[in-house]
Design a protein around this ligand. Structure first.
Ligand SMILES: NC(=O)c1ccc[n+]([C@@H]2O[C@H](COP(=O)([O-])OP(=O)(O)OC[C@H]3O[C@@H](n4cnc5c(N)ncnc54)[C@H](OP(=O)(O)O)[C@@H]3O)[C@@H](O)[C@H]2O)c1
Length: 296
């Protein structure tokens, strides 16, 4: 094992959930309401069922109201849009999360676009994407990059002027991560599958965020000595004897020899994502009710 500090996302997420629970009980005592999150699941995808169960459990554990809308796999787009319209109109519903992927007869973009941006706790609606990229208004920010930013600020304090390289340009991780780091005055490079000399690009990074989906692609000698490495990747690989294990997009053992700090997989970024969903639900509820929103 190298000299890097291991950033304990599990512990950080537990602390965040405690702060959220505190905020929820203060909102109830001072303002007489409890934030509510509704998760919508269409079909029986086993991985989605596990995610939805975890989200509902953690929502309830922070004292928030948690509701689940489960629809059969053959649900039409029209019926799902009707449900979204009903949830948009319900003042008891502060956050709406539609679990992806949706069955193929449903256009995910149309569904995400139908969610009231004020209740879009995933931060995927174009209004929230636009507010984040223009640095205007009060966007709801996608949960995974929000969690990464919280850990980076906790680790490094002021990020101003840092060279940040993000590998991966997806709408759910890479692009919003780039916007968040720009907002913190980092110099941001957004790398992807067509980037030339990726190892050299990565070696420039004071902050290296990997969101690729390729097991252990980022090698130890791609990491600048002392850099902070955030590994978003979650990849299941063979572990011998018919077993499997989870690894990130970074060769953890090698990178930990060089980095200043690094998130492990599992136990790094993953646990922060649901915790940030809960934080967004509280934020959304406060904005809808016109009460000051807590700082997480
Ligand atoms: N921890 C969490 O809670 C969490 C949340 C979301 C995702 N994840 C994980 O994060 C990873 C990325 O997820 P995602 O949804 O962002 O993935 P995605 O939509 O598949 O995007 C992957 C990105 O990586 C780039 N890429 C692929 N191969 C590359 C290569 N050889 N060199 C450089 N860039 C390459 C792609 O480039 P192009 O655009 O050029 O194709 C794309 O921009 C996955 O392992 C996923 O499971 C974790």
């Amino acid at each position: 094992m190298g000299s890097a500090k291991i950033i304990d996302g599990k512990a950080f997420a537990a602390g965040l959930r405690e702060r959220i629970a505190g905020a929820v009980s203060r909102l109830q005592a001072d303002h007489g309401f409890v934030p509510g999150l509704t998760v919508v699941l269409v079909g029986e995808n086993p991985a989605s069922q596990v995610y939805v169960r975890n989200k509902a459990k953690q929502t309830a554990e922070t004292g928030m109201r948690s509701t689940k809308e489960e629809l059969p796999a053959e649900t039409s787009q029209e019926d799902l849009l009707a449900l979204i319209a009903k949830l948009n109109a319900d003042p008891e519903v502060n956050g709406i999360l539609v679990q992806l992927p949706l069955p193929e007869q449903i256009d995910s973009n149309a569904v995400l676009a139908a969610i009231d941006p004020a209740k879009d706790v995933d931060g995927f609606h174009v209004v929230n994407v636009g507010l984040l990229s223009t640095g205007s208004g009060q966007p709801l920010v996608p949960c995974t990059p929000l969690g990464c930013l919280m850990m980076l600020k906790d680790q490094l304090g002021d990020l101003s002027g840092a060279e940040a390289v993000i590998v991966g340009r997806s709408n759910i991780v890479g692009k919003p991560m780039a916007q968040l780091l720009l907002g913190q005055n980092c110099t941001v490079t957004l790398a992807h599958s067509r980037t030339r000399d990726l190892p050299d690009v990565c070696r420039r990074a004071d902050i290296l965020v990997a969101a690729v989906g390729r097991p252990e692609m980022i090698q130890g000698d791609w990491v600048k000595p002392g850099a902070t490495v955030i590994d978003v990747g979650i990849n299941r690989v063979e572990a011998g004897e018919g077993k499997t294990k989870l690894v990130g997009d970074v060769d953890f053992a090698a990178a930990a020899e060089v980095a200043g700090a690094i998130t492990p997989v599992p136990g790094g970024v993953g646990p922060m994502t649901i915790a940030c969903l809960l934080a967004n639900s509280v934020t959304a509820a406060c904005r809808q009710r016109g009460v000051p929103e807590p700082e997480f």
